[in-house]
Design a protein around this ligand. Structure first.
Ligand code: NDP
Ligand code: 2IT
Length: 445
């Protein structure tokens, strides 16, 4: 395989999909050597079969708002690869959703799920519908209309969706309800469900907690501890808030959080009471992070991401893709940042990644650091098939050992001659090898 040639061909065939090409390029350039050490891979043209999704569903979702107006959104499900298990991955509801974004997310998910040690393939879905500013009833009607189109393509052993941006417990509940009604079955066809109907304890916390567990493993390689460290987080949704919660429990200082309108800076670190306020603000009142600044009188940067404005030891981007560019990365490094652990999917641009690797700081790509969420989704599937539920402690312990195992795989495949751990290479090679072996064993499909 010549990575440049494969990418050029994908660019030619999919010219309007920059995020998808970006994600593929990052992986192919790091696995090229290992791929070429196995000539049988190329004879089976494995690389193209791994980059191009198995199938994509696209459909119109029509729904009626509270005033009786009819809206038409697009809905999608990208089933990327099921070589190692049923398709698995979240659903995103955001006005920016398009095929390029969902194809990049489904591609990333395939490698991430491979790293978790569990049997899950990769998928992603979503819609350009935004729940922001919609009533509960409007969200419910949208979710029902979305699932009326999608339900035939998913199932407990076929494809198991979950949450992502704009899709939390409320949306999963509505989608699961409609699925159950259409399919006439009560199975584990969604993860992130409510505790009363098959959800796993610790699933809401899992991505944020898992990211902190991964960060602890990285710090350990340099003999460092989390206590007292200043951490800049972006976002104030599911991943960001549970990341902050675990950090507070461990004695770190969370100096920033944000939303799509701006970011707050709290140099001494937010308190537990302030974090509780953010939970309520975001999940119950569905308000803006600006209101936190008004309530507590801290600095607020309208329309800005945190990276240029805060002094921090650690950055944990937990909002969206491409939210740290090269300039942001240089500012973080200049301000003394020693570690970046990604809660979001592909939050750093290629330029930013180059800066982190050049400076040899601890840098964990999302497919390793945020894999805790889908891992506990896998544990939710296991509990659902057994018709059992495990205690919070049991799930949390399993999550810790999975994150530690992912870290080990990154060290194994990513340690360079000078001892620097290149987690990008480590995660990509480890994730790729398992999927590649499974695809080879199953023939050309
Ligand atoms: P939420 O919808 O709960 O929160 C998203 C947060 O990011 C909000 O604060 C939102 O602000 C902000 N945000 C979203 N889009 C943008 C944007 N375009 N620009 C600036 N800010 C933005 O989503 P999650 O916390 O679930 O997801 C966050 C990230 O983590 C995503 O990249 C997701 O793919 C990834 N992830 C999620 C997992 C999960 O289990 N939920 C698992 C692994 C990764 P606002 O409210 O203003 O929109
Ligand atoms: O990006 C992700 O890993 C998720 N949004 C979670 C997917 C899942 O199936 O739990």
């Amino acid at each position: 395989m010549n990575a440049v040639a494969v990418i050029d061909e994908l660019k030619r065939r999919f010219p309007n999909e920059p995020e998808y090409i970006q994600a593929v390029e990052e992986v192919l350039t790091t696995i090229e050597d290992v791929y070429n050490e196995n000539p049988e891979f190329d004879r089976y043209n494995l690389i193209e079969r791994l980059c191009i999704p198995d199938r994509i569903f696209a459909f119109r979702v029509s729904w009626v708002d509270d005033k009786g107006k009819v809206h038409n959104n697009m809905g999608y499900r990208v089933q990327h690869n099921n070589a190692i298990g049923p398709y698995k991955g979240g659903i995103r509801f955001h006005s920016s959703v398009n095929l390029s974004i969902l194809k990049f997310l489904a591609f990333e998910q395939t490698f991430k799920n491979s790293l978790t040690t569990l049997a899950m393939g990769g998928a992603k879905g979503g819609s350009d519908f935004s729940p922001r500013g919609k009533s509960d009833m409007e969200v419910m009607r949208f979710c029902q209309a979305f699932i009326q189109e999608l339900w035939r393509q998913i199932g407990p052993d076929t494809d198991v969706p979950a949450g992502d941006i704009g899709v939390g417990g409320r949306e999963v509940g509505y989608m699961f309800g409609e699925y159950k009604k259409m399919a006439r079955e009560f199975t584990g066809t969604f993860t992130g469900k409510g505790i009363e109907f098959g959800g796993s304890l610790i699933r809401p916390e899992a991505t944020g907690y898992g990211n902190v567990y991964f960060l602890l493993e990285m710090l350990k390689t340099r003999g460092l501890d989390i206590e007292g460290k200043r951490v800049a987080i972006s976002g104030s949704g599911n991943v960001a808030t549970y990341t902050a919660q675990k950090l507070l429990q461990l004695g770190a200082k969370v100096v920033s959080m944000s939303d799509s309108d701006g970011s707050i800076y709290v140099p001494d670190g937010i308190t537990q009471e302030q974090l509780d306020y953010i939970f309520k603000l975001k999940n119950i009142y569905r308000g803006r992070i600006r209101e936190f600044a008004e309530e507590y009188g801290c600095q607020y940067f309208e329309g800005e991401r945190p990276w240029h404005h805060v002094a921090c030891d650690i950055a944990m981007p937990s909002a969206t893709q491409n939210e740290i560019d090269g300039d942001d990365a240089r500012a973080l490094i200049a301000n003394g940042c020693i570690a970046v652990s990604e809660g979001a999917n592909m939050p750093s641009t290629p330029d930013a990644i180059r800066e982190f690797l050049k400076a040899q700081i601890l840098y964990a790509p999302g497919k390793a650091a945020n894999a805790g969420g889908v891992s506990v989704s896998g544990l939710e599937m296991a509990q659902n098939s057994q018709k059992l539920s495990w205690s919070a402690e049991e799930v949390d312990n399993k999550l810790k050992s999975i994150m530690s195992e992912i870290h080990k795989q990154c060290v194994k495949y990513g340690t360079e001659k000078d001892g620097y751990i290149n987690y990008v290479r480590g995660a990509n090679v480890a994730g790729f090898m398992k999927v590649a072996r499974a695809m080879m064993a199953q023939g050309i499909l």
